[in-house]
Design a protein around this ligand. Structure first.
Ligand code: SF4
Length: 206
């Protein structure tokens, strides 16, 4: 059995609804069937969702979205309100910073809304993740996040963190720190009614 199939199997064994897709287009098609057009969707910032065309597809069919990735410039108060609205949407859609071969999701967050949305926000969740995010275990996942993702994301978002300069974690105290909270989701919570994990056989995001 291929590694990716083992990962899908591990997620399903843990109670997630996991599937693999050959490419982002196939994953997007499945997502657009899964989420009904009249349902509301909260989104955590995700390069996969944006660059993979998922966001445009949802916007294009008039989906009600709660996300900073679309719409006008918002004041900090408006952004806060939108993040709270996302917590009571029908669905939460996000990516993951790493997944493990044991069928677990690892995420970091500087604000907290994205990890909150995954664990105690909408009762229905979809995580879309590229094969490049698969790691052996929690320790390898954290290593990957700190050495491969944080610095690149900091540069992309113009965050003045030490890792933006050298792609190494300094366990910083920066006000821009992006890993204030780490979540290690090993099973869906009893709160969840559906927790989908879409694993795409392409590389997406950092
Ligand atoms: S603790 Fe600071 S330096 Fe380390 S990965 Fe997070 S933001 Fe970067």
């Amino acid at each position: 059995m291929e590694r990716i199939d083992k990962v899908v199997e591990a997620f399903n064994r843990h109670g997630f609804l996991a599937e693999k897709f050959a490419d982002m287009n196939q994953a997007k098609t499945a997502l657009l069937k899964l989420i009904r057009p009249e349902e509301t969707v909260g989104l955590g910032a995700s390069m996969n969702v944006k660059e993979g065309g998922v966001l445009d597809a949802l916007v294009g069919r008039g989906q009600t979205l709660f996300t900073n990735m679309t719409g006008p410039d918002r004041t900090p108060q408006e952004t806060d309100a939108m993040r709270r609205d996302a917590m009571v949407a029908d669905w939460y859609l996000a990516s993951s910073n790493a997944v493990t071969e044991q069928g677990e999701l690892i995420n970091i967050d500087g604000v907290g809304n994205r990890v909150a949305g995954l664990i105690f926000g909408p009762k229905k969740v979809v995580v879309m993740v590229g094969q490049n995010k698969i790691t052996k275990n929690f320790a390898d996942g954290m290593k990957r996040i700190k050495s491969e993702a944080c610095g690149k994301n900091a540069r992309r978002l113009s965050r003045a963190t030490p890792c933006a300069l050298d792609d190494r974690c300094h366990d910083c105290d920066s006000p821009h720190r992006m890993c204030n909270t780490v979540t290690w989701v090993q099973r869906p919570n009893s709160w969840h009614t559906e927790f989908h994990v879409y694993i795409i056989e392409e590389d997406w995001g950092y």
